[in-house]
Design a protein around this ligand. Structure first.
Ligand code: ADP
Ligand code: MG
Length: 240
């Protein structure tokens, strides 16, 4: 057992045009843990995620992966070397590649022949290994996208509202399946959402964000039952 977080953000800040959109954000996530960054549209969630992925630079603060510095204001490990997987709502599959080729994209061939079917089995898509994206439903494409994101064995998975394109019933099903797969792989997950229901369902820990700041952190049950203020209480009140 180790208590070094898989992912640690320390005092991350970022301004655009003089406006602070991420304001002194600190977070840590253990392997196999899901942390939800939850807050209204425009509060700085996606910017925090992009900084973590390395496609945006913070103005101050640092990020560590398994205790190793991956970026501060002087060091910057490029996105492709961060061992971080990404899943976004509009993160499309390559339309001209089969399911197998999509999932195997970017991992060595010698590894792909074992890893690809293994991952497709995990997401329940092994029967569709030779299909193409246009032959799959939205939910099936989502499952393949998850397998693809996991193929290089990322230590961290960043997910930005990944389920918002799906209808309600399918969304619940895919959320649960996604959680099972990520937990089995031991990946630390930072999931961005503006939906309290999604955070309540998926998170081990919720970080409530408002105007660039994390205003409350805790287990979903605790945040739901003891919101920090009226605004937080109202935000949770439309959960059914
Ligand atoms: P969220 O994901 O919580 O909806 P974002 O992180 O996308 O919020 O955006 C936070 C704020 O930063 C918004 O006001 C947005 O307009 C602004 N913003 C985001 N990216 C940029 C950018 N590249 N340039 C200027 N402003 C930006
Ligand atoms: Mg966003």
């Amino acid at each position: 057992m180790t208590d070094t977080p898989r992912l640690a953000l320390t005092n991350i800040s970022k301004s655009f045009g003089g406006q602070k959109v991420v304001d002194d954000v600190s977070l840590d996530i253990m392997p196999g843990q899901v942390t939800c960054l939850l807050g209204p549209s425009g509060c700085g969630k996606s910017t925090t995620l992009r900084i973590t992925a390395g496609v945006e630079m913070q103005d101050s603060g640092s990020i560590h992966l398994d205790g190793n510095l991956i970026c501060d204001t002087k060091h910057h490990v490029p996105p492709e070397n961060r061992s971080i997987g990404l899943m976004f709502q509009d993160f499309a599959l390559f339309p001209h590649l089969s399911v197998a080729a999509n999932v195997g994209f970017g991992i060595p061939k010698s590894e792909a022949h074992k890893r690809v079917p293994e991952l497709l089995a995990k997401v329940g898509m092994q029967r569709h290994i030779d299909r193409f994206p246009h032959e799959l439903s939205g939910g099936e494409q989502q499952r393949v996208a998850l397998a693809r994101a996991l193929a290089p064995r990322p230590r961290v998975m960043l997910m930005d509202e990944p389920f918002s394109g799906l209808d309600d019933r399918l969304r619940d099903e895919i959320r649960d399946e996604t959680l099972d797969v990520l937990k089995a792989e031991g990946t630390a997950v930072l999931l961005v959402t503006h939906e309290p229901t999604e955070a309540m369902r998926m998170a081990d820990e919720i970080a409530l964000m408002r105007k660039g700041r994390i205003v409350q952190r805790g287990a979903p049950y605790n945040i739901y039952n003891s919101p920090i203020d009226l605004e937080a209480a109202k935000f949770f009140s439309d959960i059914n």
